[in-house]
Design a protein. Structure first.
Length: 483
């Protein structure tokens, strides 16, 4: 078991990748540990330089991880890098970019406990690299042979030195073989250091010079890097949900005071964490004035360090708020907007679903089929049950896959909505959408008794309905196996 087992399983299930998810993660970790790319720090800098500093901060700070799209990831890392990982994992670049965008925030989150970005190979990667124990074992075995050779050489300095030189060459040859096999640099260096160390001890044991014992003083641990103070608020139809990280109790009390003065004691829920490693909240002095501007339902606002992000609003409203906050906080703060790109999300989902359907192997199970089908997003127009044209080709491929399902397979098509609007109306609309999908698949050749349709309204949400993005995720068609 490794620290990434659950992530591998989650990615494999979400994108229908099977055992290829492991290869995808290996490619990502190779990029993170690459000295040529500057390691983890260099990787994060690429995203920061691309204007995603606030997103990176969310991965490191310990709060909720901000998501990125496959297109954003490819733009930052480069299409060639993503294609290389995809090719080694045996999947298409489109699926790889989307799956890597899903994995990266979770990997960074695991590798930066307490908001600390390691400057070298993250300690947590050692458990994942544990699978390469046979390689390290070869290095230890080679070291044992070297020590025997040095002892057999007798007490002569030249013999011991010769053994040491032979050991150095053997270690160098081993490192070269390891490099050819594509292992990470830490595995190349470890056997070399081990062999040279034992060669040195062999020489010392053979020498007539007395050994002087010295005491090594452990270096003083470097002070833990500070994390940015942060504040996030979501306006859920007049009920404000707040999370924050601040450096001390005094700052926490001031944040609560400003929330109460602006919204009233019963209008907000606050989860504020005091982290003594956090930097001073430079935004605190202007927070009260900023809160007054966040009264439009659906507004999402975050500030991490000096980077502010606005989301949850239409483009015009978001840009107007951006101008107000930019003027309020001044040039020392940056303000960006995040507008939900539904078109891009639907496109990414279609690519993932198409790849998963194409990857179904003969004899696939009903559960494997359902996982692939559920990757597709059918973005119905508001209040409509008409299937969008852009989904028709993929639904035809879905029908072909369903027709190849094991004999006796029965599937339910569930329709789901977000929580906006009338509950009874949502139940009716979700049922109509599920029925429309069933009718399309029936017409495409699926036997009518294989599929059933049912509407659930907003009863089975998979994300928060407080945000536009969460509402988008909740509006879905979901297949399930009828047991």
């Amino acid at each position: 078991m490794t620290i990434f087992d659950s992530l591998i399983s989650e990615t494999a299930e979400k994108f229908g990748l099977g055992d290829k998810a492991d290869g995808l993660l290996s490619g990502l970790l190779s990029m993170i540990t690459s000295s040529e790319g500057g390691g983890l720090t260099g990787l994060l800098s690429k995203f920061t330089d691309a204007g995603l500093g606030d997103v990176v901060s969310s991965w490191v700070s310990g709060g909720d991880n901000r998501e990125i799209s496959g297109d954003q990831l490819s733009s930052v890392l480069g299409n060639d890098a993503v294609s290389g990982i995809a090719q080694k994992a045996g999947i298409s670049s489109g699926i790889a970019s989307t799956a890597l965008a899903f994995m990266l925030p979770k990997v960074i989150d695991k590798l930066t406990p307490n908001g600390v970005v390691p400057t070298g190979i993250p300690e947590m990667l050692k458990s994942y690299l544990g699978g390469f124990g046979d390689v390290v074992g070869k290095g230890i075995g080679a070291a044992g042979n070297l020590a025997s050779g040095a002892a057999a050489a007798g007490a002569g300095l030249s013999g011991a030195a010769g053994a040491g030189m032979a050991g150095a060459k053997q270690a160098a040859d081993f490192a070269g073989d390891t490099a050819k096999s594509g292992m990470s640099w830490i595995l190349k260096v470890l056997p070399l250091l081990l062999l040279l160390g034992i060669a040195y001890l062999a020489w010392r044991s053979c020498s007539t010079t007395p050994i002087t014992t010295t005491t090594t003083v452990a270096p003083t641990a470097a002070p833990m890097p500070k994390v940015d103070s942060s504040f996030q608020v979501i306006n859920a139809n007049g009920k404000y949900k707040v999370t924050a990280v601040v450096p001390d109790e005094k700052t926490k009390a001031e944040v609560l005071k400003q929330l109460e003065a602006t919204y009233g004691k019963d209008k907000f829920e606050a989860n504020i964490t005091v982290n003594t490693n956090a930097k001073p909240a430079g935004w605190l002095a202007k927070l009260g004035d900023a809160l007054k501007e966040l009264k439009a339902p659906g507004t999402e606002f975050s500030i991490i360090g000096s980077a502010m992000t606005i989301s949850g609003l239409a483009a015009d409203a978001a840009n107007a708020l951006k101008a107000k906050l930019g003027s309020l906080f001044g040039a020392d703060f940056s303000v960006s907007t995040k507008i939900l790109d539904i078109g891009a999300a639907v496109k990414d989902a279609a690519a993932a679903a198409a790849g998963a359907l194409a990857g179904l192997k003969p004899g696939f199970t009903a559960d494997e089929l359902v996982k692939a089908l559920n990757l597709e997003v059918i973005n119905f127009a508001s209040g409509s049950n008409a299937i969008p044209k852009e989904n028709e080709d993929l639904l035809k491929k879905s029908a072909d896959a369903i027709k190849q399902a094991p004999a006796g397979t029965k599937l339910e098509i569930g329709g789901h909505t977000d929580s906006t609007g009338n509950a009874a109306g949502n139940d009716k609309l979700s049922a109509a959408r599920a029925a429309a999908v069933k009718a399309f698949l029936d017409k495409a050749g699926v036997k009518a008794d294989v599929l059933t349709a049912k509407g659930y309204g907003s009863a089975k949400a998979i994300a928060s309905n407080d945000t536009k993005e969460g509402q988008f995720k909740n509006r879905r068609i979901e297949f399930s196996v009828v047991k």
